[in-house]
Design a binder for this molecule. Structure first.
Ligand code: DC
Length: 224
């Protein structure tokens, strides 16, 4: 048992952040918040309404109509957008391609950051994303930055998605990751960066269970 803390995890796309964060949450019997799923849900909602990322006034009108919740289905946490299970749809490549355009919009970020802060109030939570250690929970008891070499990340992602996306090539995935890295690190509002006091975990040569153990050992040592 550890005391009640917030475990904040940021890092690049495709370094095993979500899988690791989920397993760390399971290990400590903590809640898990996938903030990327929230940005993906907003992108899906706006795409369905044909509202592009430049139509700021339309986005402002719609933002409060977007309800995002997480519920367990057969023991697995799923994302619900206005009561519809969108877990599969938000993971598709068409969303991956556009989500960083929407996630760079300050009014969307402000809205989601305040929801995330609310969800973290009671602690006992692992929160994962790009600005969790810097903006959402800069005072989290433990801050972790995960990364890996881009070729390794692209290879892993390609293996994950090729079955459901037979038309996608390795170079598409690599290009998409590069673009997302660029957008995530260069946007003016809350760019991805390493927060002061973060522990850096490079997963290039690690298996998932090794990266989970690294993080859980670190936390147990500090907070038991
Ligand atoms: O982690 P992910 O790939 O599901 O994230 C989807 C997109 O949302 C990605 O382009 C980065 C963005 N994002 C963000 O800007 N801030 C967060 N806290 C989480 C995700």
């Amino acid at each position: 048992m550890i005391k009640d803390i917030i475990i904040a995890i940021d890092g690049h796309s495709g370094c095993g952040k979500s899988t690791t964060s989920k397993l760390v949450a399971e290990h400590f019997k903590y809640n898990y918040l996938d903030s990327g799923a929230m940005y993906r849900s907003v992108a899906l909602y706006l795409l369905r309404k044909n509202i592009n990322y430049l139509e700021i006034e339309k986005i402002r009108e719609e933002i409060n109509n977007i309800k995002i919740e997480f519920k367990y289905v057969d023991g697995i946490q799923n994302t619900f957008l206005n009561d519809e299970n969108v877990e599969d749809e938000i993971r598709r490549e068409n969303i991956s391609k556009v989500v960083s355009k929407y996630s760079s919009i300050p009014l969307i970020r402000k809205h989601l950051v305040s929801l995330q802060k609310e969800l973290g109030k009671r602690k006992q939570i692992v929160v994962e994303g790009r600005d969790i250690t810097t903006v959402v929970f800069p005072d989290a008891e433990i801050k972790i930055f995960m990364t890996a070499e881009i070729e390794t990340r692209a290879k892993r992602r390609f293996e994950d998605i090729k079955f459901n996306n037979p038309d996608v090539t390795f170079s598409d995935v690599l290009l998409n990751l590069k673009e997302r890295d660029d957008k995530d690190t260069s946007r003016s509002d809350s760019p991805l960066r390493i927060a002061e006091g973060s522990e850096i975990i490079d997963t290039t040569h690690l298996e998932i269970d090794e990266q989970v153990k690294k993080i859980t050992d670190l936390i147990e040592k500090r907070f038991s």
